[in-house]
Design a protein around this ligand. Sequence first.
Ligand code: AMP
Ligand code: MG
Length: 486
Amino acid sequence: MTDKFDKLFDFNNTYENLPPEFYRKVELEPVKGPKLLYLNKDLSEQMGISYDDLKEYGLSIFSGKEFPKGASSIAQAYMGHQFGHQTMLGDGRAVLVGEIIDKNGNRIDIQLKGSGRTPYSRGGDGKANLGPMLKEYLFSEGMNALGIDSSRSLAITLTGEKIFRNGFFDGAILTRVMNSHLRIGTFEFAFYDKNPESLKILADYAIDRHYPYIKDVDDKTSVYFRFFKEVSIRQIKAVAKWMKYGFVHGVMNTDNTSISGETFDYGPCAFIDEYNPDSVYSSIDSFGRYSYLNQPKIIFWNLGVFAKAILPLVEDEDKEAVSSINNFLQSLTIFYKEEYYKEMAKKIGFDFSNETIIELIDNLLKIMYNHRFDYTNTFYNLTYGNLDSFEMKEKEMTQWRNTWEKVLEEYDIDKNKAIDLMKSNNPVIIPRNYWVDQSIKLAEMGDFDIFERFLKELKNPFEDNEEKTLFKEFPDDFEYITYCGT
Ligand code: AMP
Ligand code: MG
């Protein structure tokens, strides 16, 4: 291979310095007919890697055929509570190729998803089909554009193979980029492995990688307790933003809850259409454990699992560890509420929240629920003053708007300023179920036009333009059911 190939990524892998139980080396089998389908130009630039070079020399890496010097090929070990039940998992259809330092000096993981079997694959084939990888690309880029910390998608490679799911589909590999793939489940694994030294090494590693600043503060509490707090805060903030935009992750297992606070693993996820807090889209979520409304409760639950896993480390330094952690966990409900209403307030033009504004928000949601209004479109029509819209013409809504305008006046907020704030907090379009479904179905049949146009618009969701007209409309009787895509 050429020098250019070797220099594409300057891999430098720290994960392999962890004790050996945390990962397994993987020998990937070469795929039949690799072909680069998508390469994310914006992301490659942010990573400080030449798009042209990647396009020319990247395929071997993205298809798992050959890796440059310094790269590795490992599957990470982890456990996880899936739908409340703990299981040993590990990367069954992903390999970590390595870490690089991006343009901003951040260490990031480069992972292949769908590249074949690993020691953790169990009965699975370790592969992925095109549809779910397109979905992950669309959602991760869309979430990032909404300002939610998310894994990113650098490339999609077709493998030239047919994958059997409920029929034959084109095989594909996603190149996923993330600040790290450490998860709550990685800590569960370390805890149950019963080697206190390994747990400490893992925690120190995660702190150095994501929260180095907590070591330097003048604080007498255990550094592991501070670590726990930081992860909790980032996760709570992320979920508040999910709720703000109507996102349903669908599979909030502890192995899918990151330590970095990034949202990832876009499987059976969806954005709500009409405002119904009980919305569930996943075909396997029979009891609605991961419904839209349950997400804050589930993140508290997941953080409880995390707390249990790192408790031995906190206890070493703090005799009151259990009560310190419990008290903090209790306080998270209030913190979540503050975050949620702070985010929601922006959607109606307030850069702060208080009892009056909370009441306004709750009343608006009640009207939306009673009239089965579309969540995204109600905020959009309110923002853009579309008084002829179905939602704005509703009597209760007119009354609500009068009250809203009075409150704006009461707080001496200029309406134009409020609307500017609303424009940057109410997207014109979202990864709308109908269009996600349509664009991926067409792409699976070889027509990528709608998918590409949709993706392009999702990258600037707050800008209203002609091209978005198509994606604003959708049949209101469309029923979306999602699958894990494995
Ligand atoms: P997920 O629901 O995507 O978070 O995956 C849960 C677990 O199942 C993880 O350990 C995955 O690596 C594993 N898994 C998912 N799909 C496959 C597959 N096709 N082959 C083997 N393992 C898989
Ligand atoms: Mg997962």
